[in-house]
Design a binder for this molecule. Sequence first.
Ligand SMILES: *[C@@H]1O[C@H](CO)[C@@H](O)[C@H](O)[C@H]1NC(C)=O
Length: 327
Amino acid sequence: MPSSTLIFVSIIVQLSNTWAAPATLSSTIITQAGGGLPQGAPPTTLSANGISNFQLANFIENIESKFFEGVLANLSSDPAFTSTADNGISIQQVVTKVAAQEEVHKATVEATLTSNNVATIDDCTSILPITSTDEFLARANIITSISIGAIIAITASVASTDPTIVGSTTSIITVEGRHDAFFRLSASDVPNPTPFDTAISTTWAYNLILSFVVPSSCPTLPLTVLPVLTVTSPALSATAPATPPLTITFTVDPKVVKGLRLFIGWVNQANAPVYTTAVVVNGNGRASVPSGLQGTAFAALTNQNTATTVDTLTTATLAGPAAVLIS
Ligand SMILES: *[C@@H]1O[C@H](CO)[C@@H](O)[C@H](O)[C@H]1NC(C)=O
């Protein structure tokens, strides 16, 4: 065999034994992230369930990386974002690393889909703008809490169908947890408000993450798009209230609530959902916040108070969910 053919054959063999990356990561991203795509054996064959979960993960990682990249570009002359804190580190420095790590997560999820001959998920083209560091820290805590909740759900779902992939999803959750701790600490909140993070359903994750984009600029996933629940108080803020809020007010499309007994279903930490009565008049709603919630909770409008899991509450969700910063 001529040597050029040998080289060709050896390249093919090498390629088939590595992760098939649809997009190459730049050396800058790899350096900023602290590493690139996992090296070694390619991921195992995914089940249909694994594929749909990884497509949702792709959708979420796309929005997260575009969100952090956008913020890096847009807040680059905001002193609160760029100046060095007492610990010698600026928010900009950490977010540069966060954005790069989200880029590596996205590439890793896409490589897994590609090596299963499944299409990757396109980016949403329009991310909602962030205009201040305070708004950034508030929204970054929420987007990261959504991502953590979603990856817990994805991990639980693939644990039975694709057990060998669980190691890769769990090693993403812990990094997201570190990101969230930094955003909270930068907003003068304790970094570790609760002993458990809050799992959400895949449908809830899809709907929550859509609040960061213009949904029509996104590809659609085969998951239900629920009516929006907009929390109007407590107002969005980076710093948690000194004591947990006693009530929330919200707006909702009046068409989705007519003539029903209404509740807000609350999901927080590893607890079964809890319910408080909701009153909605002309699309303006109010409900009390149950005592005992901490950290970030998720609230959804529903017409029942008996569903005991986030999945059964998801099936009974009339609008929402929305994230509520409790402490
Ligand atoms: C950044 O700025 C662009 C241009 O104004 C805007 O379209 C985008 O939504 C902004 N992104 C973020 C995350 O602020």
